[in-house]
Write a protein that binds this ligand. Structure first.
Ligand code: FRU
Length: 473
């Protein structure tokens, strides 16, 4: 338990995990790939950044299926980077970016890096040959070497792909470069042509990673992860951000991007991907982590080494241009015993894992003030004047300090706690705050206390069982 392994969040079996990749459901099986650097060296003896693979019949019954491909070819020698899945009748098409760093005196932003978009066809078990479908020469000439993360979908019989890009400014500096999305079109998913680029009228960061284009409840959205956006008190509080635009116009029309909204206002959330799972739902899974953050993960010191996890799958719903996120309903199947609050309003989560729903009657801003305290002040949620703040202690936060979210009145909270992560869903998922934290679980019977102070909510809570996947590792 000391190693902060989780009960119902997907983690790497060992080593490092980042972005979710290739999310899909094919012939009744879910596939959740992820950016993975296992502890052991790859087939050519080098440490690799590649894909890992979980699959199984439901979102809570997955098993680790190993590494589908390794970065051992000239087209992806320095990493099988992020990408997506497209489900066809006769198989799955995986698209990813082959990252190549050329030898020589390069800065790898303006020279020396190749970004090859690669297609691998699979039935979910066997993985075909790598087919390179786009190379640097196919990108607009003002792009830097940072072009990556293909997200592919099919619409009216045509294939479309969005790529994230960093466009060079006049003086080759982050301050004047800008982020945009390249949109390609294809008749067969193999020969691609640039259709257009999508950007903001005003510069919004120097690089956009991990684009995701999708329709939800009759509206079009473009998800991106912009880098280089200035922080504000209530927005853009992390080093890199992650959110979505509402898109006016269809794929074949002029399109405009509006109203960037962040997916998550916590410390650890980046590079999410959405997919439709054939049950009428669009689900989102995010990476619970943050590249280049000024804070760290205590698990980096564990033996064997491991770091990061994925969010639970979140079902999406759009209303009035805003996307609401709620934990996929399968999660309720992992609920164990109901937990009661003691007379002081304290709940104890066995093994640090629980699902808590708190609700307050609606009141105007300013009439409710409350706190929820996790463990020994390891994480404290404070609500006052329409603002929810999440403050972590120095020890449990490992450098995480405070994040604030202007929510307006809060009438419901759902908190998924899992040993070393909190996912906090506010007002039916209108806002979410996700963070890692590292309480000191001393002893053999680890528990996490959750104490409610101030305006008292009605609370329902359950212990959470461990997914089979997580028992194995
Ligand atoms: C986002 C990202 C992607 C890239 C991948 C490499 O976290 O930087 O843009 O494909 O990670 O692991």
């Amino acid at each position: 338990m000391k190693d902060w392994r989780m009960h119902y969040h997907l983690m790497p079996p060992d080593g490092w995990l980042n972005d979710p990749n290739g999310l899909c459901r094919y012939q009744g099986e879910y596939h959740i790939f992820f950016q993975y650097s296992p502890n052991a060296p790859g087939p050519d003896g080098r440490k690799a950044r590649t894909w890992g693979h979980y699959a199984g019949p439901s979102l809570t019954e997955l098993s680790f299926r190993g590494v589908p491909f390794w970065p051992v070819d000239p087209v992806d020698h320095d990493g099988c980077y992020s990408g997506s899945a497209l489900v066809e009748d006769d198989g799955i098409r995986l698209y990813y970016t082959g990252n190549v760093k050329l030898p020589g005196d390069h800065d790898y932003t303006y020279s020396g890096r190749q970004a090859n978009e690669i297609l691998v066809e699979t039935d979910g078990e066997h993985f075909g040959a790598k087919q390179t479908v786009l190379v640097n020469a196919d990108y607009p000439s003002d792009c830097t070497c940072h072009v990556r993360d293909p997200k592919v979908w099919k619409e009216n019989g045509k294939y479309y792909m969005v790529l994230g890009a960093r466009v060079a400014g006049p003086d080759h500096k982050a301050e004047t470069d800008h982020g945009e999305v390249l949109l390609y079109v294809s008749e067969d998913g193999k020969a691609w042509k640039l259709a257009k680029t999508l950007q903001m009228d005003e510069r919004f960061g120097y690089m956009w990673e991990c684009p995701d284009y999708f329709s939800l409840d009759g509206e079009n959205f473009l998800g991106i992860c912009p880098q280089g956006v200035a922080s504000e008190e209530f927005r853009f509080q992390n080093i890199y951000e992650s959110g979505y635009f509402r898109v006016d116009g269809g794929t074949e029309e002029n399109q405009h991007l509006h109203d960037f909204q962040e997916w998550d206002n916590g410390f650890d959330f980046y590079a999410p991907q959405t997919f439709e799972d054939g049950t009428g739902r669009r689900l989102l899974i995010g990476w619970v982590g943050m590249p280049d953050a000024p804070y760290r993960n205590a698990t980096a010191d564990c033996d064997p080494y491991w770091e990061n996890c994925l969010t639970v799958p979140r079902a999406l719903r759009a209303e009035g241009g805003r996307i609401y996120q709620t934990p996929a309903e399968e999660l309720t199947g992992l609920r164990g015993d109901p937990l009661q609050a003691d007379p002081e309003g304290q709940i104890t989560l066995p093994d640090g894992a629980g699902d808590i729903i708190a609700s307050w009657p609606e009141k105007p801003d300013g009439e409710k003030i409350w706190k929820i305290i996790f463990g020994n002040d390891d994480a404290v949620l404070t609500f006052s004047e329409g603002v929810l703040s999440l403050q972590l202690s120095e020890k449990a936060g490992c450098g995480r300090t405070i994040r604030k979210c202007r929510t307006g009145d809060i009438h419901t909270l759902r908190i998924l706690a899992d040993t070393s992560i909190l996912e906090i869903y506010i007002n039916d998922g209108a806002y979410v705050m996700t963070t890692r934290f590292y309480p000191d679980y001393a002893g053999t019977d680890p528990e996490l206390t959750v104490r409610f102070e101030g305006s008292r909510p009605a609370v329902s809570a359950w212990a959470m069982q461990t997914m089979q996947t997580n028992i194995l590792y």
